[in-house]
Design a protein around this ligand. Structure first.
Ligand SMILES: C[S@@+](CC[C@H](N)C(=O)[O-])C[C@H]1O[C@@H](n2cnc3c(N)ncnc32)[C@H](O)[C@@H]1O
Length: 326
């Protein structure tokens, strides 16, 4: 669903924006124009950027209505338009607002602290709540259906693919045997009991990977990343800038592939030592840095939820080679 600017009332949305100094340092050099925050959450990054660059207009998207409400309140009077939409719809939203080009973008994937901390949202294996995990409470599929109705092979597949879970089959079989499972803590107990005792003591809470995998499946998180990044790069002015923050390897793998391809770097390994075919298209972006940055140890100690963050950033080049302003 695409909504207009909202009036917010919820001031209890507390989320600490990750790597905010690094994000603002890179993005505050964008040209004047419209900036797209594709995952605005509580508006923490957006407000820090607008503090540094009050001349920018900002369009913020979020698929969670409570985030839309919170960001609208937090960014009131700052030239921000906050819309209830998935970033999969960014082209339609920008078109409906009459925005043809953007000067920069931010994607800060994953869940916000309020989503994790409210037991009734069903994202947390620590707090008792319903099996929900929908970022957009208007969507049909919830964790309840994945846990109780999906074939065991499909549950095992998502645990492997989205959670890197070594005991995917054992956990899927245990879930099947325990059906119907009604709550997050009941699911966490089934997962814990399915994992061999020595493995339970390693790598954090034993249900962490299962909950991550189910959340990614419920919200179809990975399929939306590539088309959205492609769309935003195509709409970006030359000299524009982007940042992407990922929180697990599945997300970062997709981001890395898209950004390296658009930077003309993906073929480097394939053609090492061989004659190269003529380039298909000039690079659209330059990666700065080429790889990832991680939060400082101080930030990780202060905010453990930042620990898994991987930062990638880019600058948009000119459409003709040599025209780039970066
Ligand atoms: C880590 S939080 C963003 C926090 C934000 N940068 C801040 O400073 O408050 C991630 C947000 O992205 C939203 N989100 C996740 N997938 C989305 C999608 N496909 N489209 C739009 N929003 C999405 C979530 O609902 C959540 O509010």
């Amino acid at each position: 669903m695409i909504g207009g600017t909202q009036t917010a009332t919820d001031s209890r949305f507390v989320h600490h924006p990750v790597m905010v100094a690094e994000v603002v340092e890179h993005l505050s050099a964008v040209p004047s124009g419209v900036f797209l925050d594709a995952t605005v959450g509580g508006g923490g990054h957006a407000r820090a950027l607008l503090n540094a660059r009050p001349d920018l207009s900002l369009v913020g998207l979020d698929r969670d209505p409570s985030a839309v409400e919170a960001a609208s309140e937090f960014l009131a009077g700052r030239g921000a338009t906050i819309c209830h939409a998935s970033f999969a719809q960014l082209g339609d939203v920008l078109d409906s607002l009459g925005v043809a080009r953007v000067v920069g973008s931010l994607f800060d994937f994953g869940v916000s602290s309020p989503q994790l901390d409210k037991p009734e949202r069903g994202f947390s294996y620590r707090n008792d709540g319903p099996l929900d995990m929908r970022m957009d409470c208007g969507q049909r599929l919830s964790a309840e259906e994945v846990v109780n109705d999906w074939p065991t092979e499909d549950v095992a597949r998502i645990l492997r693919d989205f959670g890197d879970e070594r005991y995917a089959n054992r956990i899927a079989v245990a879930i099947d045997a325990a059906r119907p499972i009604a709550t997050t803590t009941a699911l966490a107990a089934v997962v814990r009991d399915a994992i061999p005792a020595p493995a339970r003591r390693k790598g954090g809470h034993p249900a962490k990977r299962t909950f991550q995998a189910i959340r990614i499946a419920v919200n179809d998180e990975l399929n939306q990343i590539e088309p959205a990044l492609e769309a935003v790069i195509d709409r970006m002015e030359s000299g524009g800038r982007g940042v992407v923050l990922s929180y697990h390897s599945g997300e970062d793998r997709i981001v890395k592939q898209v950004l390296r391809r658009r930077a003309g770097l993906n073929d480097e390994a394939r053609f090492r030592g061989l004659p190269r075919p003529p380039a298909q298209a000039p690079p659209a972006i330059e990666l700065v840095p080429r790889g990832t940055r991680r939060p400082s140890s101080l930030e990780m100690a202060d905010n453990p939820r930042a620990s898994s963050a991987r930062y990638r950033a880019f600058c948009k080049l000119g459409t003709d080679q040599g025209e780039g302003t970066v």
